[in-house]
Ligand binder design. Structure first.
Ligand code: ZN
Length: 742
């Protein structure tokens, strides 16, 4: 334990003549919500605020010391020392020489420090309220985690990796933990000093290369020079996900495709995948048919050990199906052969074939009956993801294509487990969850005719009506100023005319979809930015409402706006882990509550999806409650590094959106939050996740830095940092609303 000399300072006489600075009224100094009595006033010179160093440092919990010979003032917080030589702009902070923006002043025996520089050095936040002449300083929240580990030396907590972390996808591991804040404790991971250490919070982060195929010990040591605390974690990076032993010849029980029953018609394809011992010859067989060769997948550029994945595509021929109805359900068998050995396995998904189309006509249930299955998926067949939710049929993994609109009808071309397969375009297959639709037993086919298009405009909407004699399948995609509605399987009435455009509409046209005999695209462009859209059915007419932006008051853009704030996670769902007991759900709630305060002050109406630590169902948020009157939706999150991520070099701000009409919003928000927080700008990410799936209003998800990055979490964990994030998000919303006026 170091010993410190206590400073003996000659405090200046009250009312000392500090004639050279500008002062109209006394400046009040508040530290951690307490008004501080000062013998010497806070002063301002050339717009730089100076505080008397001794009382401020001591109120913040630091020891102070004064060396009269060298005229050096020192503040010591924990083992963190700051030396301030009178008259000099060069100071020493934690052993490092820094040039501050103003010199240290000695006024009538009182040492003054420029507050902004001193605050940064000490790791505290400072706020200057010029109107009320109030200077606020606040210290970090509690950064030091509760530690349960039995330690011989200084405080040490390792938040990542957990014991026995497995990783397949990368060869590196990040190690994140915490030591005592403001300490001089050395941290080493497997003998090497760590890459990043924020001594003010005690958070550290470093990267390690991990050899494959053996248990590896990660040893974290924290030493104060006398005692050392050690925490060990074991990690295992297996040789590779696909690699099984060549001997004995075997087929693995997982990663077998199809996984669920497939019902297919002539011309459709069935992908067959099995994982087993590498280097064998593989075959598949459907029912009692012939054995057909499979290929072992080459996976160039992938992680090591991807061998042993065998794949084939079967195209259903006219002979497969009976003349009427559906064939028996048949097993699919895979066989491996090597050096005279043979092994075979039946795949979990079986197949049946049928000849007449459609397989079923189905109608999307009422929205009240829809939940997670209320959107449909497009099968991607160019993305090999053995672990993703592969549904068989032609494709591997799948993506959400669009929301389903209640009442929409589809002809199905088969099924895949719990999904109907729908073919809207020649080369695109979609999956529709069986829970989302009801079968129309009295209908055998859809033959809609488009008979008319109407256009109507109100103050806040442009409305399109597509009149037909029955409900047809459609897909909508949106941009900032346009909407494209693709309608499928439809005939066009010869007398159909495109209506006259209205004042906000720049363009309206209907064209055949290229390469598709029975599909049309209706495109509409509007003058203003489009802020949302809602499709719905009125009998056999498809009504699509395009939202025009609300009126914005340039001076006060948030006034009267209804804004939903969604603090991510909550309750059982903690979100990303942090350094100690603080989790993402806690910090994003604080940020959201600060944001609520700022928005209310600016005259907005605010709806919170939660205000305390409770579970919120992502899929059944109280939509109906706010869907009609909402102008903006913001979901607040903090990020987590994936296993094996380059965590030291990956940090900063990211924003997520879903529909293209919200891309600009995501960009504005990203730029604003990055600018105010002065953290790296990552990117906007188009992602279909539950909270960005609202079509009806501007909607963005902000990832406010990384929980486990020592630079980011300084702001994330600190109440003042959280307030700064809130202010950045508020300004982002404001800037977005103002963009309507451009
Ligand atoms: Zn989150």
């Amino acid at each position: 334990m170091k010993k410190f000399l206590l400073a003996i300072l000659i405090i200046s006489i009250a009312g000392a003549s500090v004639f050279w600075f500008y002062q109209t009224r006394i400046i009040e100094l508040v530290i951690n919500d307490q008004l501080i009595e000062l013998d010497d006033p806070v002063i301002i010179e050339d717009e730089i605020i100076f505080v008397p160093a001794q009382p401020v440092f001591e109120t913040l919990g630091a020891y102070t010391r004064w060396d009269p010979g060298g005229e050096v003032f020192s503040g010591i917080l924990g083992e963190f020392e700051i030396n301030l030589p009178a008259g000099s702009q060069k100071v020493i902070v934690d052993g490092e020489i820094l040039a501050w923006d103003a010199p240290i002043k000695l006024v009538d025996d009182t040492i003054y420090a420029p507050v902004e520089s001193a605050a940064e050095a000490l790791g505290v936040f400072v706020k200057w309220d010029a109107d009320n002449r109030e200077l606020t300083i606040s210290t970090p929240g509690e950064f030091d985690p509760e530690v349960g580990d039995n330690l011989d030396g200084p405080l040490l907590h390792v938040a990542y990796p957990p014991e026995y972390q497995l990783n397949y996808y990368s060869d590196s591991l990040f190690v994140f933990g915490t030591i005592q804040s403001y300490s001089q404790v050395d941290v080493k991971v497997n003998g090497e000093p760590v890459d990043l250490l924020n001594r003010k919070t005690g958070n550290f982060l470093t990267m390690l290369d991990i050899p494959r195929g053996e248990e590896f010990t990660v040893k974290v040591e924290a030493s104060d020079g006398i005692n050392t605390s050690t925490i060990e974690r074991t990690v295992l990076y297996p040789e590779g996900i696909g690699l099984m032993a060549e001997e004995p010849l075997a087929i693995h029980s997982s990663h077998l495709i199809p996984r669920a029953r497939q019902v297919l018609t002539t011309g459709e394809t069935l992908r067959i995948v099995a994982r087993g011992s590498p280097g064998a010859t593989a075959y598949y067989q459907i029912g009692q048919g012939n054995f057909v060769p499979m290929t072992e997948l080459e996976y160039p550029g992938g992680p090591p050990g991807r061998g042993g994945i065998y794949t084939a595509v079967y195209t259903v021929s006219p002979n497969d199906a009976p003349a009427a109805g559906i064939s028996d359900t048949m097993p699919v068998t895979v066989m491996l052969e090597k050096d005279g050995q043979q092994v075979s396995r039946e795949l979990p998904g079986q197949v049946a074939f049928f000849s007449e189309l459609p397989y079923n006509v189905v109608e999307v249930k009422d929205s009240s009956e829809l939940n997670y299955s209320g959107w449909f998926r497009i099968i991607r067949d160019n993305n090999y993801q053995i672990y993703s939710s592969t549904r068989g049929g032609t494709g591997y993994s799948d993506d959400v294509a669009s929301y389903l609109t209640a009442g929409t009808r589809f002809e199905t071309v088969g099924s895949s487990g719990n999904y109907y397969r729908v073919k809207l375009e020649e080369n695109e297959t979609y999956l529709l969850h069986k829970d989302a639709v009801r079968e129309l037993s009295d209908k055998t086919t859809l033959e809609p005719t488009l008979s008319g298009i109407e256009l109507l405009e109100t103050n806040d909407k442009v409305i399109l009506y597509l009149n037909a004699d029955e409900r047809f399948p459609f897909l909508v995609d949106s941009g900032t100023d346009h909407l494209r509605v693709k309608i499928f399987g439809i005939d066009k009435d010869n007398t159909l005319e495109i209506p006259e455009i209205t004042s906000s509409v720049r363009e309206l046209n209907l064209k055949p979809l290229e390469g598709e005999p029975k599909a049309q695209v209706l495109a509409v462009k509007i003058e203003q930015p489009m802020t949302g859209f809602t499709p719905s059915w009125e009998n056999t007419t498809l009504k699509i409402e395009l939202d025009k932006p609300p009126r914005i008051d340039r001076e006060n853009p948030l006034n009267g706006k209804t804004i939903v704030i969604d603090p991510g996670h909550g309750g059982k769902d903690s979100g990303a882990p942090g350094p100690g007991d603080l989790h993402e759900k806690d910090v994003v709630l604080s940020m959201s509550l600060y944001l609520e305060e700022l928005l209310l002050e600016a005259g907005a109406e605010v709806i919170m999806t939660r205000t305390e630590d409770v579970d919120v169902d992502l899929y059944n948020r109280p939509e109906a409650q706010f869907i009609n009157e909402t102008d903006f939706f913001i979901s607040v999150h903090a990020n987590a590094h994936g296993h094996g991520a380059d965590a030291v070099n990956t940090h900063g701000i990211m924003t997520l959106y879903n529909y293209d009409h919200n891309e600009k919003l995501a960009e504005i928000m990203l730029a604003k939050v990055t600018e105010i927080m002065d953290l790296p700008k990552l990117y906007t990410w188009k992602r279909n996740i539950a909270v960005t799936r609202y079509t009806q209003f501007p909607c963005v998800l902000v990832e406010a830095g990384y929980m486990m990055h020592p630079e980011d979490n300084w702001y994330i964990l600190h109440p003042e940092g959280q307030k700064k994030f809130a202010r950045a998000m508020k300004e982002g919303i404001e800037k977005y609303f103002l963009s309507y006026l451009e």
